[in-house]
Design a protein around this ligand. Structure first.
Ligand code: FAD
Ligand code: SF4
Ligand code: SF4
Ligand code: SF4
Length: 384
């Protein structure tokens, strides 16, 4: 029997499943088993749309469809929490299993706290996450740094600190993420500052860190984080959907070291980004937001802006309507509102049509609030 706290290696029980999966296909096999065994009514998958820069979501109810979404999309910067509330009634009335990165997990928990998502109806299969790359920046990076036509790239992966591309003629090329980031490319800036690399508040935390020996690249390291996660792995393993073995103690130690190094790097980026703002945060906010066209995207896509959405869309004395750019109070109200709850998911910045560095500003406000009112917490929401 698998129990909460266990650390395992897991892989799909079929050769095809292992081959198609990013690291042995355990996540796909678990999602598929949850559907086949009727633990859930549907599986929400993230899959390739038109190309590798186009991550899309789909709820599938046919187990065979789950396999079509195998593999990791590092240029997939979707946030799944708002998709659950906007299109799936917060999982009320439908049991769902889904793969979640750290920011997806945090967004789901924030919306569950606001009674917008029914956690009882969800199985969250967490994915460790070193970061994702904005699709537009990825195409520029591939052109400029890889000297490759982005349309020729059929697969990308992140392995041993490198961003690696594979082209349709079978060529591989990898460049270290450190080098890419020194030159202004690489992961989204919020991802560089992210400290939630292993999503232990999901039911399982799955990733490639710590898989060593002959299983390297062919299995996923699974940390069992809840009783729900333990039940899923136990049943899937008993039914022959996944194969598991105890994680190698050396692998467990290596995983811990890599996570520690990633947290150190995240803190380095926080220092770098926030210290550049520290003397003039409010002046920077005013200057940057002066090109706002009040499209509301930053509010509609934020998992924690919920209660303020109505207020900012209504004609209030604080924020008069009919002005572009809007009065600075439009942004001040939003920043005040998210000051104790921004999860640094990056959605506001990613989707702002005026390229305002909103996540940087929101995260800096959150960090400043934490440092002032809750110094023990530091600036690391969900740090574990
Ligand atoms: P598969 O069976 O291939 O299933 C993968 C599942 O992930 C599919 O269900 C698919 O729908 C879903 N998925 C694909 N892209 C996304 C996305 N962008 N957002 C949400 N779901 C998605 N592991 C580490 O140990 N260290 C890392 O630094 C790390 N970084 C990652 C960064 C990203 C952006 C992603 C998506 C994953 C990352 N992982 C990382 C996890 C790792 O790549 C594998 O996903 C994990 O080991 C499971 O492998 P698998 O073969 O079992 O998954
Ligand atoms: Fe991954 Fe964190 Fe970026 Fe989300 S914010 S994609 S969890 S690094
Ligand atoms: Fe995410 Fe931006 Fe909202 Fe913060 S303010 S939670 S970064 S969308
Ligand atoms: Fe303004 Fe950008 Fe927000 Fe749109 S997304 S309201 S342009 S700050």
């Amino acid at each position: 029997m698998v129990a909460k706290g266990d650390m395992l290696y897991a892989w799909a029980s079929t050769e095809e499943g292992v081959k198609k999966g990013e690291c042995g296909g355990a996540v796909t096999a678990l999602l598929k088993y949850a559907l086949e065994s009727k633990m859930v009514d549907g599986v929400l998958v993230v899959k390739k749309g038109a190309d590798i820069y186009d991550a899309t979501v789909e709820v599938v109810t046919n187990p065979a469809e789950v396999e079509k979404a195998s593999g990791s999309l590092h240029c997939g910067t979707l946030l799944l929490s708002k998709i659950l509330t906007k299109y799936l009634a917060g999982a009320n009335g439908m049991k769902l299993a889904l793969p979640v990165k750290g920011c997806d997990t945090m967004g789901i928990l924030e919306l569950a706290r606001r009674n917008q998502i029914n956690l009882d109806n969800l199985i969250l299969i967490g994915l460790n996450c070193g970061g994702s790359v904005s699709p537009i920046d990825a195409t520029k990076m591939i052109k400029d740094k890889f000297d490759t036509n982005p349309d020729d790239v059929v697969k990308e992966e992140i392995d041993k600190g490198q961003f690696i591309i594979m082209t349709k003629d079978g060529h591989h090329k990898g460049i270290s993420i450190d080098e890419l980031e020194e030159d202004g490319y690489g992961r989204r800036s919020n991802c560089r500052r992210c400290l939630y690399k292993v999503p232990r508040q999901a039911d399982l935390a799955c990733g490639n860190w710590g898989v060593i020996g002959d299983k390297a690249g062919k299995a996923t390291f699974v940390e069992v984080c809840s009783d729900k996660g333990a039940t899923l792995v136990s049943k899937a393993s008993a039914a022959g959907a996944v194969v598991t073995s105890a994680a190698d103690p050396k692998g467990i130690a290596i995983r811990g070291k890599v996570e520690g190094a990633m947290l150190k790097l995240g803190n380095k980026w926080r220092k770098h980004d926030f210290s550049a703002l520290s003397d003039n945060l409010w002046d920077t906010i005013k200057a940057e937001t002066s090109r706002c066209i009040k499209c509301y995207s930053c509010i509609e896509n934020c998992p924690v802006c919920l209660p303020i959405e109505k207020e900012l869309k209504a004609a209030t004395t604080m924020v008069p309507t009919g002005q572009i750019p809007p009065s600075p109070m439009f942004h001040m109200r939003r920043f005040a509102h998210i000051s104790d709850s921004c999860i640094n998911c990056g959605q506001c910045e990613e989707l702002c049509p005026m390229d305002i560095p909103l996540a940087l500003l929101s995260h800096a406000v959150r960090a400043e609030t934490d440092a002032t009112y809750n110094p023990k917490l530091g600036s690391a929401p969900y740090k574990n």
